[in-house]
Design a protein around this ligand. Structure first.
Ligand SMILES: *Cc1c(COP(=O)(O)O)cnc(C)c1O
Length: 366
């Protein structure tokens, strides 16, 4: 492929030496879990997110599971409670909800942000609703300022799934510091990616953070004293050390993605292809650059023929997966159309110039 969809080696080449040094430092230290790198990563994440507490964990799905189970452990959610979540999310958001014995209420996204809208969230509120899971998909924040009013009116918690939008904001408020608790993923392809699995929880709620720290460590609040039937959801020191290097370059990565996205937006000019909206009240971080096309599969094959790698996020929404065959939900035509029309263009490892070239190729699609 002349334009690979994602080239992680190329993306990380400039930081490779610093990353090797960070990993070597851990190997030589003899401290591989719960050490100084993890603690330092937690304080750096905390500083980025309005000084909220951060708990480094094993991955993004575990971060979501720990938030929900932490709320159950502290008595603020109970099995059977309903959590409103956008139906077009990655399945992990929904898996965390059902794993905790909670009930997902799947709602349609809005066209512009491709995220939950305040209107569809409001309509989904029932007597059993206790929380809204705000997913910031593809690097674009959900409309938190509007959704927050719905949550306040009905006394609901807001849990952010910020796996895809570290460094984004709405009205200057960073995703991950908007709601009551937020989950982050450092899966290798995320905007800040580890060389393996890693994730984090950020919250202003000290009681929740303490419960999550315990739950993630066998349920123990101090050595050999188990207050919960917990899990092992630790982050490795080696991942923490490497993530600190990458987190230090978040702004460069964001600026590169934004430049490529702007190049696409300026150059794309094909009535068959709808580019993602640029929203002036938001800082978008372009985890994915998702265009929509009613002839998506033809466009994808055409682009492959021209040397352009693409991907689909996500071809099958959670409610159409076999594991959720019996999950109750209303009609979800917007979600299903997005799944049929979405096509992700190369964004993380392309230059502005390559983005212009790819847009030019798309403009020739008939
Ligand atoms: C990646 C992702 C997750 C899960 O993160 P992992 O680290 O892969 O477990 C959860 N939600 C969303 C929206 C994601 O994109």
């Amino acid at each position: 492929m002349k334009y690979p969809f994602l080239d992680l080696r190329r993306l990380h080449a400039p930081l490779m030496e610093a990353e090797k040094q960070a990993c070597a430092r851990v190997i030589e230290s003899g401290r591989y879990l719960h050490g100084p790198e993890t603690a330092a990563l937690e304080s750096e994440m905390s500083r980025m997110h309005a000084s909220r507490e951060c708990v480094a964990v094993s991955n993004g799905l575990d971060a979501l599971r720990l938030i929900l189970r932490g709320y159950i452990a502290t008595g603020r959610l109970s099995p059977g409670d309903e959590i409103i979540v956008s139906a077009n999310t990655y399945i992990a958001s929904v898996l965390a909800i059902t794993d905790a014995g909670l009930t997902p209420a799947l709602v349609e996204p809005e066209e512009q942000t491709m995220n939950l809208s305040a209107e569809t969230a409001e309509r989904a509120v029932s007597g059993r609703t206790r929380a809204i899971m705000e997913v910031h998909l593809y690097g674009t924040p959900a409309r938190h300022s509007a959704i927050r009013e719905v949550a306040a009116r009905h006394g609901l918690l807001i849990i952010e799934d910020n796996a895809q939008s570290i460094g984004a904001s709405e009205h200057g408020i960073p995703t991950g510091a908007m709601g009551d608790a937020a989950a982050f993923s450092f899966y290798p392809t995320k905007n800040i990616g580890a060389v393996g699995d890693a994730g984090a929880v950020v919250t202003a709620d000290r009681e929740l953070a303490a419960a999550i720290r315990a739950l993630a460590n066998y349920g123990s609040d101090r050595r050999y004293h188990n207050i919960y039937q917990g899990f092992n959801c630790r982050m490795d020191e080696i991942q923490a050390a490497l993530l600190r290097v990458r987190l230090g370059h978040l702004e460069e990565d964001r600026a590169r993605r934004q430049a490529a996205a702007a190049a696409y937006a300026q150059t794309l000019d094909n009535p068959l292809v709808v580019p993602p909206a640029t929203i002036d009240t938001m800082t978008q971080v372009w985890h994915q650059y998702v265009v929509r096309c009613s002839r998506r599969d033809e466009l994808r094959a055409y682009l492959a023929g021209q040397g352009v790698g693409t991907d689909i996020h996500y071809a099958v929404p959670p409610h159409l997966q076999p594991c959720y065959a019996t999950l109750p939900h209303g009609p979800l035509p917007v979600t299903e159309r997005m799944a049929d029309e979405a096509l992700s263009l190369p964004i993380a490892s392309v230059t502005e110039r390559q983005a212009r070239e790819i847009a030019g190729i798309i403009n020739n699609f008939k």
